[in-house]
Design a protein around this ligand. Structure first.
Ligand code: FES
Length: 197
């Protein structure tokens, strides 16, 4: 009799433990699903993206996609920055007064840190994606254009700060998206920097 009672208690305890485990698993799963769903939704809506720039060599450019558009991160060399400095007389909007960029990128290099140029790779004429040209003397560039970004659709030229050359179809400089540095090696595109670096 006593053995039967013990067996009954044991079964009850096992059942109760299994139920508790199932409920526990249910509670454990709920926050995971809840935290995953908004992330997926946010991603579809174009949430900020984080870019690792730790392996980006001087002179090289990294391309990613944000909100369905190409975003380029160019690591400019001192020579490239010199070209940016010298391009001013040839530019339509050298001060970026009629162009789109965050306030912290409304400067000559159009960047938070001059070394890293973050820009949307979309031509401001009719929306083609300009090819990048860094080398002077390239067959597709004229002698008075030291290089930068070139849109093959109708021949618009931009300097290495995305500033549009005079007398080309594009009416304004390439657009700089909101971005910030979360560390020396990582950039987030889609959230504004709270202060200039
Ligand atoms: S779309 Fe780039 S020049 Fe026309």
């Amino acid at each position: 009799m006593s053995a039967d009672v013990d067996q009954g208690r044991r079964r009850l305890l096992v059942t109760a433990t299994a139920l508790t485990g199932a409920v526990g698993a249910g509670f454990a799963l709920t926050p995971f699903v809840a935290s995953w769903e908004p992330s997926a939704r946010a991603k579809a809506l174009g949430a900020p993206i984080e870019i690792d720039i730790s392996k980006l060599e001087p002179g090289a450019m990294l391309k990613v996609e944000w909100r369905g558009k190409p975003v380029w991160v160019l690591r400019r060399t001192p020579e490239m920055l010199k070209e940016v400095d010298q391009a001013k007389p040839f530019l339509l909007d050298p001060e970026s007064l009629g162009s789109v960029q965050p306030a912290y990128a409304k400067n000559e290099t159009r960047a938070l840190k001059p070394e890293y140029f973050v820009v949307l790779g979309v031509c401001t004429h009719l929306g083609c994606s300009p090819m990048e040209k860094f080398q002077p003397g390239d067959v597709t560039v004229s002698a008075d254009w030291p290089g930068g970004f070139y849109c093959p659709c109708h021949g618009s030229k931009f300097d290495l700060a995305g500033r549009v050359w005079k007398s080309v179809p594009a009416p304004s400089n390439l657009t700089v998206p909101p971005y910030s540095f979360v560390s020396d090696r990582r950039i987030v595109v889609g959230t504004d920097a709270t202060h200039a670096a």
